[in-house]
Design a binder for this molecule. Sequence first.
Ligand SMILES: [Zn+2]
Length: 299
Amino acid sequence: MTLGRFAPSPTGVLHLGNLRTALASWLSARKAGGRWLIRMEDVDGPRCRRDLGEAQLRDLAVLGLESDGPVLWQSGRSAAYREALAALQRADRLYPCLCTRKDLQLLASAPHLEDGLRPYPGRCRDRAWEGFDRALRLRLPPGEVAWQDLLLGAQVDDPGALTGDPLLFRRDGCFAYHLAVVVDDGAQGVTEVVRGVDLRSVTATQVRLQEALGLPRPAYAHLGLVAAPDGGRLGKRAGALGLGSLASQGIPVLELVGWLGWSLGCQDRSEPCTAADLIAAFDWARVPKGEVRVPGAWS
Ligand SMILES: [Zn+2]
């Protein structure tokens, strides 16, 4: 059975791009007769706040998107992440990384990649095991990873060139994003991951981590981003173009859902409707692959 999920970080208001991703993942699961879960990715220390997560859940519920099971908060999952690290260590797949942020900047060799996506060059790969109180990286095997993206079609990436050996545990004691995502998708039995195309470049790395942990590989779909009316990035506008600001402009929720449905290829024109009205028409073959712009009147 299909099990989809939406996994926001509770660091702010869900903007239209986040809401579109949530709706697409829900529609895809519902169309397949499957289930859908919400997970809060709140491992990133103080930037994540419980009240922001609760507000995100309320916004999703207003759109008609409610988790079919309990919402999983990653901040309560340390034991599972520790267990996964221990399994990787027993398989000799982890090594301590003593690089500082400055070391990594000096070693960066791929300036064409977006900041934060420079591959780790493997400087500490041959370092001997020193225990679990160091920053830890996964030793990637060489080679490319191929997958069939539900939206983008056949994809091939070399994780070594995109991320290099991923950080799984940080020196400050926090579990890293890749570890939490992969462990929880596996533990929850997620079969379908729908997310923004900005995360496409980490897919191959996460597939390698799934393989190392003996977890099944879910299907992936990477959606084009939603841009502001002027083409700017929505994520850069704190609090703008979320449900609250649209409501304060007098835009009814059903109009917003209708627009999101139109942007996902479920309607020929943007007509007000509920999320459930869109299920029958949802089809990955009709979802546009590129970027979508918010209507100018909503800015
Ligand atoms: Zn290092």
